[in-house]
Design a protein around this ligand. Structure first.
Ligand SMILES: NC(=O)c1ccc[n+]([C@@H]2O[C@H](COP(=O)([O-])OP(=O)(O)OC[C@H]3O[C@@H](n4cnc5c(N)ncnc54)[C@H](O)[C@@H]3O)[C@@H](O)[C@H]2O)c1
Length: 412
């Protein structure tokens, strides 16, 4: 174990479940945060667990325990006495079972996104956290992107005036994560086989929910959703594997572009896209619009009535990034740039989690947020099935949204 000097922060002992692509990355980022020790790793694959052990050994000078196999193994890991927190970087279907096991064993939980994929799973997270008193954070890293945090400060300083409308999209060509070069359907592709809706909603809705104080003074009321035809994966398979390959013809349920409209109880509106099957540049959109102007992420521009010099024209956002720099970015920028992916957003996300574990405080993206943002998947699926009928959001806070206060701007 690392030696603790007088100024070394209190050690936070972590176990990581699911050390594939993303889980390994989370683990490496955790190891770069002062005071974090990875005591255990768990994975269904022996090779992945062994690789993770090697990375920890190299960085930390000691071997973490390895748990190889499925549910019974991560359950055992969660039961260890010497862990403060369990982080899950595995596939969607294990997020809730791992978080529930962690909380039941008195550990802080942190999970990759989406936290849950069904309404029941969302309630499982909320009920378990309430029952055990253990916090669980969804690691929605886009909430910690520099532009997103800058807009949060601008919202709080009323630059846009009363907020009116938002738009965002998970518009990311991830066809290669759906089928392999060998013609196999990967786990992410399997979700596209029989589900038609917004399958990955939290990157888009997280920042919007924070700008709009959702679950803290307002809440999402209902949504309606529509999906396009599904052609993208077949077209990709034909190019990759040949026109005669079965995947070039296999029916995938997921429409290539899904669009949802959300209304909040207080009248805010949101347009949300899910667009993962077509060749396209990465673009999360991020429009945040109020009565005085708007931020528009696609063009990285801002327009403020009476402030922007040219009528009808966006100004570059860069000067606003300086003027409204978020304290987390100002304080952690160097470490974040050195150690984290997504421009440093991953480091800041995990840093916030580790601080909550160390200080035994609430997490900044809690189970109410995780459930409200993740539930968009089953609700959009239901709306699409019902010819775009409106579908109500469950109130996961059970009325507490009326009295919960907006979180203060976080400082390092
Ligand atoms: N926030 C982000 O920017 C971001 C980026 C990429 C992926 N993700 C999320 O990360 C997660 C993992 O994605 P990935 O692309 O790294 O997947 P992956 O397939 O590379 O890794 C998944 C790992 O989980 C292991 N696993 C599977 N079932 C298990 C079980 N029952 N018990 C223990 N381990 C098990 C696999 O063996 C593998 O090592 C997903 O939830 C994905 O949505 C988030």
């Amino acid at each position: 174990m690392k030696k603790r000097g007088r100024s070394t922060p209190k050690v936070v002992r972590v176990g990581v479940v699911g050390v594939g692509g993303r889980g390994t990355f989370l683990m490496k980022t955790l190891l770069s945060i002062p005071g974090v020790e990875v005591r255990a790793v768990a994975d269904a694959s022996k090779d992945n667990a062994a690789r993770a052990q090697g990375i920890v050994r190299e960085k930390q000078g000691s071997d973490p325990a390895a748990y190889v196999g499925g549910a019974s193994q991560y359950e055992k890991m969660c039961a260890r006495e010497d862990l403060d927190a369990v982080v899950c970087g595995g596939p969607w279907e294990i997020h809730v079972p791992v978080m529930v096991a962690a909380m039941k064993h008195g550990k802080y939980g942190a999970t990759e996104v989406p936290a849950a994929t069904t309404v029941e799973e969302c309630w499982d997270l909320v009920n378990t956290s309430e029952k055990t008193g253990m916090p669980c954070m969804m690691l929605e890293n886009v909430c910690y992107f520099q532009n997103v945090l800058t807009v949060l400060r601008m919202v709080r300083e009323a630059c846009f005036g009363e907020l009116i409308h938002f738009e965002a999209g998970y518009q990311h060509d991830v066809r290669m994560t759906k089928i392999s070069k060998e013609g196999a359907i990967k786990w992410r592709g399997a979700h596209s086989l029989n589900k038609n809706g917004n399958l990955y909603p939290t990157h888009q809705i997280g920042p919007i929910a924070q700008w709009a104080n959702i679950n803290r003074g307002d809440r999402f009321d209902y949504l309606t959703s529509m999906s396009s035809n599904a052609r993208g994966i077949n077209d990709y398979a034909a190019k990759l594997l040949g026109k005669r390959h079965p995947l070039a013809k296999k029916k995938f349920a997921l429409g290539d572009v899904n669009c949802a409209l959300i209304k909040s109880v207080k009248g805010l509106t949101v347009t949300l896209y899910h667009d993962t099957n077509l060749p396209r540049p990465y673009d999360l959109i991020f429009r945040c619009q109020g009565v005085k102007g708007l931020y528009m992420g696609t063009v990285d521009g801002v327009y403020l009535d009476g402030v922007s010099p040219e009528h009808h024209k966006y100004e570059p956002f860069a000067p606003y990034m300086k003027k409204y720099a978020h304290p987390l970015w100002k304080g952690l920028q160097k470490e974040a740039a050195r150690n984290g992916g997504h421009g440093g957003g991953d480091y800041i996300t995990l840093w916030e989690f580790v601080r909550a574990v160390r200080n035994k405080t609430e997490v900044p993206i809690d189970v109410y947020d995780a459930a409200t943002w993740s539930v968009i998947t089953p609700l959009t699926i239901e709306s699409v099935k019902k010819g775009s009928a409106p579908v109500k959001f469950p109130d996961f806070t059970r009325g507490k949204w009326k009295t919960r206060k907006p979180l203060p701007i976080s400082k390092p």
